[in-house]
Ligand binder design. Sequence first.
Ligand SMILES: Cc1cc2nc3c(=O)[nH]c(=O)nc-3n(C[C@H](O)[C@H](O)[C@H](O)COP(=O)(O)OP(=O)(O)OC[C@H]3O[C@@H](n4cnc5c(N)ncnc54)[C@H](O)[C@@H]3O)c2cc1C
Length: 260
Amino acid sequence: MTTNSYDVIVVGSGASGSFAAKELTEQGLRVLLLEAGPAVGKQEFGPLEKLTKKIADINFWERARATLQGQPVQSKAIFFDERLKSLFVNDRHNPYTTPRDAPYLWFRGKQGGGRMHTFGRVLLRWSDDDFRMRSRTGSGLDWPITHDELAPYYAEVEDFLGLYGRCEGAETLPDSECSHNAELTEAEEIFIEEVEAQHPEQRVISWRYMVPDRERVPAPAQGHDDRSPDGSLQLHGHCHYLRSPYRSRDRRGDHRHADG
Ligand SMILES: Cc1cc2nc3c(=O)[nH]c(=O)nc-3n(C[C@H](O)[C@H](O)[C@H](O)COP(=O)(O)OP(=O)(O)OC[C@H]3O[C@@H](n4cnc5c(N)ncnc54)[C@H](O)[C@@H]3O)c2cc1C
């Protein structure tokens, strides 16, 4: 019998878990990443073009069918698409309760990579306004950190993900470290000009986003056998095996915001 030992066990391979595993394995630690769901790769998706076509639709009938089949909460997610329903949990099998006066739609996925398969890929920093929510509005919580303290870490993650965006100097949204310029259409440029001319106190900005990965394995969870590190990373659950460090941030793909 083989006995493996690990320095760290990380539970869950979503954004939090896989970034934690990435960092720890890059420091040379042996990490066991436990994942409850199955591994997900390219084979689970149809051609990207087909998925992006219906982005603007409300998909009423698809959402209704999913509701009847046990996903009344999940089917309310933005960009919900029947072809991606397996990337959302079944609400009947994963019930939760909320206080009567504070209902909350909890969108969840149980698979390798977690919600990185379904999230919108829009990556915005929090400002000190966000971190001081309670002081400003009386609800929520104040965080014991500021944007300046987090800024170097934001920059590292943004750089790794190869963010698209622009430096806009908006007071309420700190600029990100954008490796790629987000190009706007002529119509979008005109829209910005018009709105800002009529409302000088308002800023219209482009969103900041990462491109989808055609291999469908979320960036921090990608292995690179040819650059094998000291530590190894195993993704358990359905025996998906990955190694760190991870592939370079220079990925090719569709630069427009696309589902999944
Ligand atoms: C439709 C949608 C759009 C979104 N769009 C954006 C966006 O544009 N920008 C943005 O910043 N955020 C967005 N978000 C939010 C963002 O996706 C999440 O905040 C983030 O992915 C959460 O990462 P996580 O690692 O905390 O959790 P998850 O990604 O949920 O990962 C949790 C992992 O743990 C696993 N797990 C659960 N239980 C166990 C167990 N007992 N043992 C082992 N493993 C377990 C799960 O299978 C999963 O892989 C969006 C979310 C959704 C649903």
